[in-house]
Write a protein that binds this ligand. Structure first.
Ligand code: FAD
Length: 192
């Protein structure tokens, strides 16, 4: 399904940030396809973001007290107000994965052998099947089918990946990234 499976009776179609909530085939909200805020809204554990966050912070503190670890909410909470050690949501998973993929490109051979090209294509194929956000994985499979991965050289691969990332940016209404800058962002740095 293009937008995931239909929301079960009585469950929200959209989250509080206006994004569609992605459900699994069994009618459960997908943990890795939604933002944590929307996931919690769809699982209806708590009703408001504020309540969710403070309750979550208290749980984190309680857990660290039990574990004998000292923790302050300042240290434990990510900018979105949730504890940093929560399971990854769609955003954190995405950010970390793009970091991994672009860094793989940055360390890919300047000129890859036939074998290295074969391995990279096989990796991308497998990656597109096992990426934990099934909804995102489906989009990526569609992308690589329509845009065959270019893996002959480091620069070619880095740019192909940059284009693939831009296709997701476009879908999500995020700014387009200038692919002439991919190496500065992921390999050489900005020289500052
Ligand atoms: P990200 O998009 O995660 O980018 C991280 C950093 O990469 C940016 O800060 C920027 O410095 C740099 N960057 C941005 N664009 C480019 C580019 N084109 N090339 C090189 N560097 C760049 N989320 C969904 O909600 N729906 C989806 O269908 C979806 N599909 C995804 C498919 C894949 C394969 C992956 C890895 C992630 C997907 N995501 C999806 C997650 C989404 O792309 C973002 O990772 C997430 O929304 C967090 O975005 P962000 O603004 O923190 O920056």
């Amino acid at each position: 399904p293009l937008h995931g499976y239909p929301a079960p009776e009585g469950k929200p179609v959209y989250g509080s940030d206006g994004r569609r909530i992605i459900y699994d085939e069994n009618g459960k909200p997908c943990r890795t396809c939604n933002t944590l805020k929307n996931f919690r809204m769809a699982t209806a554990k708590e009703t408001t973001g504020e309540k969710t966050q403070s309750s979550h912070a208290n749980k984190a503190l309680a857990a660290s007290a039990i574990a004998g670890v000292s923790a302050t909410t300042d240290k434990e909470l990510a900018p979105d107000g949730y504890p940093k050690d929560c399971p990854a949501d769609v955003e954190e998973l995405g950010r970390s994965t793009w970091t991994f993929l672009h860094t793989v490109a940055a360390t890919y051979p300047e000129s890859a052998t036939e074998q290295q090209q074969k391995e990279m294509k096989a990796f991308l194929e497998t990656f597109s099947k096992i990426y934990p956000c099934w909804f995102c994985a489906k989009g990526f499979r569609k992308y690589i089918k329509a845009n065959e991965p270019k893996v002959m050289t480091q620069d070619e691969f880095g740019r192909w990946l940059c284009d693939a990332h831009n296709a997701v940016n476009k879908k999500l209404g995020k700014p387009h990234f200038d692919c002439n800058l991919w190496k500065k962002r992921w390999k050489d740095g900005w020289g500052d």
